[in-house]
Design a protein around this ligand. Structure first.
Ligand SMILES: [Zn+2]
Ligand SMILES: [Zn+2]
Length: 493
């Protein structure tokens, strides 16, 4: 707690008062916990006479909301979370004590270091005084993190998120970083490097006259000496070490690499809303392939799958070099005979144009026979079969499908498509769309209103519904590392 108090002394009066007040009132087992209903945690509870389970689920939900606040790493982080940091930082398993400073123990969810609650309990060092127990509520919070697989998992972390990560024990490295060298110790103890941002300040935009010599007089080396009051004797070595550390990061978490490069030959699609095509007057909406985690807080997922973490950078289909016609328009449609009944038969249809060999109709496989499935599977077929590096415009009369793949996508994805019908199909189309390396556009057309393509598509969809399915099961497999597993912790409410 002394370190915590030291921190308090450097704070503005109002913050200090608030914090002191909180600490005074703060009893970890006290009253006045946030009463928040996290219905999703109670979903498995059966109705009737399961009160005990309800209470249990409620308690779990409360601790998940604590976790949510604790893992809020933005400017509005609650003050108690900093107190929790101090308590957890003091709780280091014996085997992790190696040359660790408090500065190295930032947050176990962004680092490879853990408190005893996450890793199996280690035997206490008999030479040390017995450890104080972790407060019960904090322990419960960490237990929930473990139970519901809370972890750092992102598809495309933004530079802001990347640079906020701690340097020491960085959770996303492809080779462990050694801190035994003089330069590493200098970075840590004299340059006080704590975040990736601190490293970038050392390595970015190196002056042209910088030389790898300890007596280099370039502005950067001068600055590094000045900032350390000349205790850094070899700034050139510190620069090299800083570069090495950055290179040891998984490319996805390396702010010096831009994974977006080369994805588009045209400007990126607007992130929100449809735009009016000035020539045709149609409203078109461009699929946004990037699910960018803007804040570091947004990179924390709950209910993740084991092995679901994606250390690799998101890759997309390579350009084949083929010259395609500028913009291919495809009409998709779904139809269902006896929609809603047990004997329903659904079909999809894809229409490129008159006498086009790519025109086809498909009978929906699997038990779910509905119009919506027909619509979605028609789109999936096009997304999977159209050359991934060619432009594509899909015209569909299904607002449901188009909005689910565009305007709703970010929200649905952040909640793990929880409660979304046909979630697995939406995920599959999204993943294959992200695999595409050229633009995918959607245009909604009014169904059965004499639009040639839609009418043709509709006819074929009906034919599809009459066919026997070509295979028993729906193929909803998709390329890896395109969809985060679980849901965004911060998005749960
Ligand atoms: Zn220099
Ligand atoms: Zn140095």
């Amino acid at each position: 707690m002394t370190q915590y108090l030291t921190k308090v002394q450097g704070m503005p009066g109002s913050v200090e008062r608030t914090l002191t007040d909180i600490v005074r009132k703060f009893t970890w087992n006290g009253e006045g916990r946030p009463a928040v209903g996290l219905d999703y945690l109670c979903q498995d509870t059966e109705d009737g006479g399961k009160k005990v389970l309800d209470i249990n689920a409620r308690n779990e939900a409360i601790h998940v909301t604590w976790l949510q606040s604790y893992l809020n790493m933005e400017d509005n982080r609650p003050t108690w979370a900093f107190v929790a940091d101090e308590i957890l930082a003091a709780d280091v398993p014996i085997d992790q004590k190696i040359a660790d400073t408090r500065q190295a123990r930032v947050n176990q969810f962004t680092q490879t270091r853990h408190s005893r609650m996450i890793t199996p309990k280690k035997t206490e060092d008999p030479g040390q005084p017995p450890k104080k127990p972790i407060p019960t509520d904090l322990k419960e919070m960490l237990r929930m993190a473990k139970k519901y697989n809370v972890k750092l998992e992102a598809i495309l972390p933004s530079k802001e998120a990347q640079t906020k990560m701690p340097v020491l024990h960085h959770a996303q490295v492809h080779q462990p970083i050694s801190y035994t060298s003089e330069a590493a110790k200098c970075l840590r103890d004299k340059h006080h490097v704590t975040t990736i941002n601190d490293l970038l300040a050392i390595t970015e935009n190196l002056p042209r006259n910088h030389l790898d010599r300890c007596n280099c007089i370039c502005p950067r080396c001068k600055e590094l000496r000045w900032r350390t009051q000349s205790t850094c004797k070899r700034p050139n070595k510190c620069i090299i070490k800083a570069q090495e550390i950055l290179e040891s990061l998984n490319p996805k978490w390396d702010p010096t690499k831009n994974p977006k490069e080369g994805f588009f030959t045209r400007p990126e699609p607007k992130e929100t809303g449809p735009t009016m095509n000035p020539v045709t007057g149609e409203k078109e909406i461009v699929f946004n392939p990037f699910t960018v985690q803007k804040k570091l807080t947004d990179c924390i997922q709950i209910f993740t799958e084991p092995g679901g973490n994606q250390p690799d950078i998101v890759t997309r289909a390579e350009k084949s070099g083929t010259i395609y016609p500028p913009d291919t328009v495809v009409y998709t449609d779904g139809s269902c005979i006896r929609n809603g009944q047990d004997s329903a038969r659904a079909g999809s249809r894809i229409w490129y144009g008159p006498h086009d060999t790519r025109n086809t109709s498909i009978r929906v496989a699997g038990p779910e026979q509905s119009n919506q499935m027909g619509e979605l599977l028609a789109i999936l077929h096009v997304i999977k079969t159209h050359p991934p590096d060619a432009e594509l415009t899909i015209k569909s009369d299904s607002k449901y499908a188009i909005e689910g793949l565009t305007t709703h996508l970010e929200r649905w994805e952040s909640t793990g498509w929880s409660g979304v019908r046909h979630a697995e199909v939406f995920k599959c189309i999204t993943a294959w769309s992200r695999h595409r390396s050229n633009i995918t556009k959607y245009i909604w057309v009014k169904g059965h209103s004499g639009i040639d393509g839609n009418e043709e598509a509709d006819k074929l969809a009906r034919r599809g519904a009459e066919d026997e399915p070509s295979c028993e099961h729906l193929d909803l497999t998709y390329p890896p590392n395109k969809i985060p597993t679980g849901a965004k912790l911060a998005a749960l409410s």
